[in-house]
Design a protein around this ligand. Structure first.
Ligand code: GDG
Length: 471
């Protein structure tokens, strides 16, 4: 196998299987900003991407795709259940999102997590050229940085954490809190979404190991008596802004947006929520606030419709099965109480849509509701802003989403405060065009300047700097 100067390691490869296709048609690029962000680096540096191809018990040889070398890591059906659905999605995910749902701590899940992380580390070690740069992505692979450093001390290793890192009071519940911190500290740069996440991580390291943390990074003692520096810092992720701006200008997509409004009965205002169906996204709080506004008579079903896209997610994890039932009960009740023959209160769609349709929805929506209870960043907020070239539209944004640090001109909400959320929705619905313009312009400037290419560039620059400093 040829070796790469730049290697990305992520739970998933950036491709999906397309039907039973063979050869060149067997794979399709999966949608998502990470691939787009990393593509230029991948092409210019002969990059490789190490990840699971999806599906159980699938052993595949490395293959070329779009100028990248893809290195599939196999998972057995048991490992999908224990490492992925269990440890990743039923332990780390709820724990790191402030225990909104109760994390389960199961030793068999942990054992599988360790074993699978080692497999990823070995695959990355096998794909990397001498002195290469390896960039590990996200909470499924927190042990990989240290495991990889042990096998290949010559590598420069970066890690980016896409979800929040919780305060120590919660993090300390984790029975394997030492091992996970040790795993992450194997990286030269540990990147987080928010300054607060990086701070929580550094505090956890101080509490558990009593290591010194300085402005330059955390001093990690090595077996030979020397110290290595690991930098923990915020690098807020973004979107491929230009591609959203472009889609939003396409005449067919603009026509589709008008058609969507029409098919909803041309309500005066359309409110929109777009989320993976996940308990972190605050969908229930949003529905509660909207239902009460109808009940109070502050909104009328003839004037306002809420479109809620809840794309199917983690459908085999118990907490998600229950959440879906709760949401659908609530939607059914609200629609049952307030729908008329010609108008619906909530148009609920438990479906995934192509990106073009998502952009048409963004264009059709007067108000975007992002009411996450906890969210690393929330790209949907940035995507909505990117598509609003006419500077109209209002973003209601939870202060618990990472995006709130940059999108300061949104209407900021605490989604737990239902009265506050109701008032914010009313303010958004009634906001004069001039104020919409002022706020949207400021937010668009941010999203255009700080796109996902700028994000990957700043991370990789920090990584190069960290390596130089340690030489
Ligand atoms: C994690 C962190 C962090 C959703 N439904 C459809 C669809 N989407 C797209 C959205 C957006 C993406 O999926 C979701 O990204 P988010 O950032 O909103 O949330 P998570 O999936 O939880 O992502 C998060 C992110 O990682 C990146 O670091 O921001 O905090 O939790 O792009 O538009 N896209 C299409 N059809 C759908 O039905 N095409």
């Amino acid at each position: 196998m040829s070796k790469a100067e730049f290697v990305v390691v992520a739970n998933r490869l950036p491709v999906d299987r397309s039907g039973d296709g063979e050869g060149d048609d067997a794979w399709r690029r999966s949608p998502g900003g990470l691939v787009t962000a990393l593509e230029p680096v991948m092409q210019s540096e002969d990059g490789a991407w190490v990840g699971w191809a999806g599906g159980a018990d699938l052993t595949l040889d490395p293959f070329e795709f779009d100028g990248m070398l893809l290195v599939p890591v196999p998972l057995s059906a048991d490992e999908v259940e224990l490492y992925y659905e269990g440890m990743s999605n039923d332990t780390f995910w709820p724990l790191y999102h402030d225990v909104i749902s109760e994390p389960r701590y199961r030793r068999v899940w942990w054992d599988a997590y360790v074993k699978v992380n080692r497999r990823f580390a070995e695959a990355a070690a096998g794909a990397a050229e001498q002195g290469a740069t390896v960039w590990v992505q996200d909470y499924q692979l927190q042990l990989v940085p240290a495991m990889l450093r042990e096998i290949r001390p010559d590598l420069t290793i970066g890690y980016f954490h896409h979800i929040p890192f919780p305060a120590y009071g919660l993090y300390s519940q984790l029975p394997w809190r030492r091992q996970v911190l040790e795993g992450l500290l194997g990286a030269d740069v540990v990147g987080f979404q928010r300054v607060a996440d990086a701070g929580n991580f550094a505090r956890a390291v101080r509490r558990v190991f009593h290591y010194q943390t300085k402005a330059t990074g955390i001093e990690v003692p090595q077996a030979d008596g020397t110290t290595r520096v690991a930098l923990a810092k915020a690098f807020p992720i973004s979107i491929d802004t230009a591609s959203y701006v472009e889609l939003a200008q396409r005449p067919d997509i603009r026509a589709r947006a008008a058609e969507i409004r029409e098919s909803l009965g041309n309500p005066r205002k359309i409110l929109l929520g777009v989320d993976r169906l996940d308990y972190t996204k605050g969908i229930q709080h949003r529905l509660k606030a909207f239902g009460e506004l109808l009940e109070d008579g502050r909104l009328a079903v003839e004037d306002v419709t809420l479109v809620q896209v809840a794309s199917p997610s983690r459908e085999r994890v118990a907490a998600y099965i229950q959440l879906r039932d709760e949401i659908e009960l609530k939607v059914g009740r609200i629609n049952g109480d307030y729908d008329t023959m010609g108008h619906t209160a909530i148009r609920y769609l438990h479906q995934g849509f192509p990106r073009e349709e998502m952009v048409a929805l963004f264009l059709a929506a007067d108000v975007m509701l992002v009411t996450a209870l906890r969210d690393g960043m929330n790209l949907v907020a940035k995507e909505y802003v990117a598509t609003r070239a006419d500077n109209r539209g209002v973003l209601v944004l939870s202060e618990f989403a990472g995006a709130a640090d940059e999108l300061a001109s949104a209407i900021r909400v605490n989604p737990h405060d239902i009265d506050g959320l109701k008032d914010a929705i009313m303010r958004a619905v009634e906001m004069p065009a001039g104020e919409q313009g002022r706020r949207m312009r400021a937010m668009r400037r941010k999203v255009i300047e700080n796109d996902v290419a700028a994000w990957s560039k700043s991370f990789l620059t920090a990584l190069r700097g960290a390596k130089k400093a340690s030489q």
